[in-house]
Design a protein around this ligand. Structure first.
Ligand code: ARG
Length: 451
């Protein structure tokens, strides 16, 4: 302070006004320098610690990012085919949704899973999925997509070599009744796009695994995640969500007939896909609406509450948007088994639709139970199916109509069991949700769409 004062005093008389203003602003300089000097000499230990820690964190981040980009795991897809000599070809193998196809595919997938899980590739193996079974002299030719997770540093040739070796060594010695002709095994790597395409074109496949956290309701339940219910569609009148629907092929949706009550002009309707209504993943115009010819807008018995929607252009199938499987007409979904219903419907009776897709786990209730006097007293016909809980609470609601009720089979493939149709309010005790029984209309769907 003293020195400063001296300087200041020294300039006062001899300097010009401009020089003076410059000197006046710089006159505190020496003191600042002194203070900084002291500060660096006496840097507090916590400051040093903070600086050291930040440097370490920054270094760790940089190293982490470098290793992530160099060595993170990536999915690799392969197409494996081989001849099974112990099985005779059955024409039912032509369709992926027949019991026969499901049965043999499951055997093959279990065998492949055992082969890879019991090998040094056990940590790399993710899944196998039979995409076709074709007739071949001497047996059935199986075409399978294999998915593995390799580090990006593993070269493609090495990974292919490892898989090929395991297939050749172990496929023939595996302990099932399937007999594989080793000389027919062929393995090709597929690029991500081709692998994705092959799997996305199979119905009812969910690409990631999702775990369920307890019992959920559409009413107040947990929201669905991207790709969890890829077959769920929203059908919209003048751009506003009206009903749910299910994707059954890239051109066709199935929904409830009552969604179109008095409004059958396809030009006013659009369909959107993806878990959010706004913004959707894809949007399509509607070309044609086929309401069941025996459905009536005026008779309120909810019979024949089924409709098909043909799109104006094909959906582009992705991991987040693709079809659900239709069950065979003869398939029986046993009572008390678990299903999921999904939709953007109201969270309470007479409530509004929501923007994020929701899901609820419900159980199939037998028609005998559902027709009891205190439940629906005989209103449930053979074309309908009840699902939910007699104690209420978990249910679909308004705005969920037309949407899917689905169940996974033992291969983890999802089938359309029902279509949300009606109910007495939502979630009331003894008033479970009533659905269109898809197996009952399976042949009708086939007659209109060829599916
Ligand atoms: N009809 C209703 C709709 O248009 C769906 C009713 C479903 N009700 C139920 N409680 N499960 O959206």
């Amino acid at each position: 302070m003293l020195r400063c004062c001296t300087v200041r005093c020294g300039i006062r008389d001899s300097a010009s006004p401009r020089q003076r203003s410059f000197l006046l602003t710089s006159q505190w300089y020496p003191e600042i320098v002194i203070q900084m000097d002291r500060a660096t000499k006496r840097m507090e230990p916590w400051k040093i610690a903070v600086i050291v820690v930040s440097v370490i964190v920054a270094l760790a981040l940089i190293i982490g990012l470098i290793t992530y980009f160099l060595c993170h795991d990536q999915d690799r897809y392969y197409n494996a085919s081989f001849l099974i000599t112990s099985v005779n070809y059955d024409p039912q193998y032509e369709r992926q949704t027949t019991e026969e196809f499901r049965h043999l595919s499951q055997e093959i997938e279990t065998m492949l899973s055992a082969v890879f899980k019991g090998s040094f590739l056990s940590k790399r193996y993710i899944r196998s999925h039979v995409v076709s079974l074709s007739p071949e002299p001497g047996g059935v030719l199986a075409n399978v997509v294999l998915v593995f997770k390799f580090a990006s540093t593993d070269s493609e040739e090495t990974s292919w070599g490892h898989i090929n070796r395991v297939l050749h060594r172990r496929l023939q010695t595996s302990s099932t009744f399937l007999n594989v002709d080793q000389s027919t095994i062929s393995l090709t790597e597929l690029n991500k796009e081709k692998g994705d395409n092959l799997l996305n074109n199979c119905c009812g496949i969910r690409r990631q695994t999702f775990s369920f956290a307890g019992v959920e309701r559409i009413i107040g339940g947990q929201r669905a995640r991207d790709g969890e219910w890829p077959w769920q569609a929203s059908i919209q009148l003048d751009g506003i969500h009206r009903c749910g629907a299910s994707v059954i092929s890239n051109m066709w949706l199935v929904t409830a007939a009552h969604c179109f009550r008095g409004l059958r002009n396809p030009r006013r309707w659009t369909a959107s896909f993806g878990v959010l209504l706004r913004p959707p993943k894809q949007k399509k115009l509607v070309q044609r609406i086929i309401v069941h010819e025996r459905y009536s807008d005026f008779v309120l018995d909810h019979e024949y509450d089924i409709a098909l929607v043909e799109l104006a252009s094909a959906i582009e199938f992705t991991s987040d948007v693709h079809s659900v499987c239709l069950p065979e007409a003869s398939h029986v979904f046993p009572e008390n088994t678990s299903c999921f219903v999904t939709g953007w419907g109201a969270l309470k009776n007479d409530g509004r639709s929501v923007n994020e897709l929701r899901q609820a786990e419900v159980k199939i209730i037998s028609t005998a139970t559902c027709n009891r006097r205190q439940v629906y007293g005989g209103a449930i016909s053979p074309g309908m199916l009840c699902a939910g809980y007699l104690e209420g609470q978990v249910d679909a609601c308004q705005g969920d109509s037309g949407g899917p009720l689905v169940q996974a089979n033992s291969r983890g493939i999802w089938y359309l069991v029902g279509i949300v149709s009606w109910g007495d309010e939502c979630g009331k005790a003894n008033k479970p949700g009533v659905y269109v029984r898809v197996t009952y209309y399976r042949n009708w769907i086939n007659s209109k769409t060829g599916l």
